[in-house]
Write a protein that binds this ligand. Structure first.
Ligand code: NZQ
Ligand code: ZN
Length: 380
């Protein structure tokens, strides 16, 4: 097992009705006003927005609202919200939504102390300060509610990049699984694939972190089982709750302890898809890349991938495990190839260029441009 340091400062309130805890948490921290960051309106169609306003009003916290964060959020929107946060002298940022909203909130929280929020992305300028962040999660997928990552697209350069800082872990996150019953199944399934992918990014890197791998086996199997249940019954709260908690654990540090930093080639590759096509859901894009990557890599390291096929899918060969993974993705109604995602063959050179702009791709094995190209063809 590799040496590691684990620290996660985010306090979680998990369960039905827990949004009511938010106001007191913020009041106890001395917060009198906040900037609420939100998406394109889903929180007004379920009860989330009203629940949030109630708890803030009950604790005398003034809320200013910034709406319109899109799925696959943009730098331009974050810049707009940073200006607003300056004008309002915001004391805290409250994200109410999914990963896109939370990631934007983190970029605003750090961005108010930078010349430009993009400076934090790509690791050129260290984040030294950030406003406190609170979140109410409405879709389980990214783990952003309990980690220090933010991912944004710079639409001018078509770069979808991330930054990590210990300063942007949310102070408090509320995870009420009941509010996710309003999700279209396709979003639930995309979120599930994203969460499985976070586990997979660590799973193959190190073979001595047996305790972590055992947790990871359980996370992946539970995510698959709970998503199957939700396809049958979107209101199944046992399945909602377990899927939600698995997704948080998949990227809050727990799933990768003792596994070095993980691989992340598939994420790097998918981020180029959704940078170029913002209508591609991140999880759906990963569902195309990951099976192809496992197929490709298992030829180099067969035993690592055999464990996954056996423990997650009960199969004796990697190729059968990959087939089961692909069948599940298809059964959930998600795309099975780059072509299905709407990517045209003539876009592949541009995709390759966007992927290879980073110094390395992958860790299990560092992929060359020719290998990434081969992988794209396998996934096409
Ligand atoms: O905008 P609204 O109206 O809220 O609608 C959203 C959005 O259209 C909708 N939705 C959310 N909760 C809902 C709901 N609809 C009905 N009922 C609800 N309860 O779902 C759509 C997708 O939301 P989004 O926030 O984009 O989803 P997700 O949480 O999957 O976030 C994806 C983004 O996070 C990044 C991805 O790249 C992508 O940009 N990631 C962030 C990571 C992190 N911070 O650690 C890691 C991930 O690997 C990932 O890269
Ligand atoms: Zn992801």
């Amino acid at each position: 097992m590799e040496a590691f340091t684990f620290h996660n400062p985010t306090r979680i309130h998990f369960g039905v009705g827990m949004i009511s805890k938010l106001g007191k948490e913020m009041q106890d921290a001395g917060i009198k006003s906040c900037l609420m960051v939100a998406g394109e309106g889903s929180i007004k169609q379920n009860s989330v927005y009203t629940q949030v306003l109630d708890t803030l009003n009950n604790h005398h916290i003034t809320v200013h609202e910034a709406w319109g964060v899109q799925a696959n959020p943009t730098l331009a929107k974050v810049r707009e919200m940073v200006t607003l946060a300056h004008t309002l002298k915001a004391q805290a940022i409250l994200a109410v939504g999914g990963g896109s909203v939370i990631d934007s909130a983190k970029a605003v929280a750090a961005g108010v102390f930078l010349d430009d929020p993009w400076d934090a992305f790509g690791g050129n300028v260290p984040v030294k300060q950030a406003l406190p962040i609170y979140t109410v999660l409405t879709i389980s997928a990214t783990g952003s509610e309990m980690n220090g990552n933010s991912v944004l697209t710079n639409t001018d350069t078509k770069q979808k990049w991330a930054f990590y800082s210990p300063l942007v872990y949310p102070q408090v996150s509320i995870i009420d699984p009941a509010v996710q019953c309003s999700l279209p199944f396709k979003q639930t399934a995309s979120g599930a694939i994203d969460a499985i992918s976070h586990v997979l990014e660590y799973y193959f890197v190190n073979q001595t972190a047996l305790s972590t791998q055992a947790i990871d086996d359980a996370l992946m199997k539970t995510i698959v089982d709970m998503t199957d249940r939700l396809m049958e019954n979107p209101g199944d709260l046992v399945a909602r709750g377990n899927l939600a908690w698995c997704a948080t654990l998949a990227l809050n540090g727990i799933s990768g302890m003792g596994m070095k930093g993980g691989d992340w080639a598939c994420h790097q590759i998918e981020h180029a898809f959704s940078a170029l096509h913002p209508d591609i859901a991140h999880g759906e894009g990963l569902g195309v890349v990951f099976p192809a990557w496992i197929e490709y890599m298992s030829e180099k390291y067969p035993s690592r991938y055999a464990r996954w096929a056996k423990n997650v899918w009960g199969e004796d060969s990697v190729s059968r495990g990959v087939q089961r993974f692909r069948d599940k993705i298809e059964a959930w109604g998600l795309s099975g190839s780059l072509r299905d995602l709407g990517i045209r063959e003539r876009e592949l050179p541009e995709l390759l260029e966007l992927i290879m702009i980073r110094p390395t791709v992958g860790a299990v094995s560092k992929l060359s441009a020719a290998e990434v190209e081969a992988l794209l063809m396998l996934a096409y």
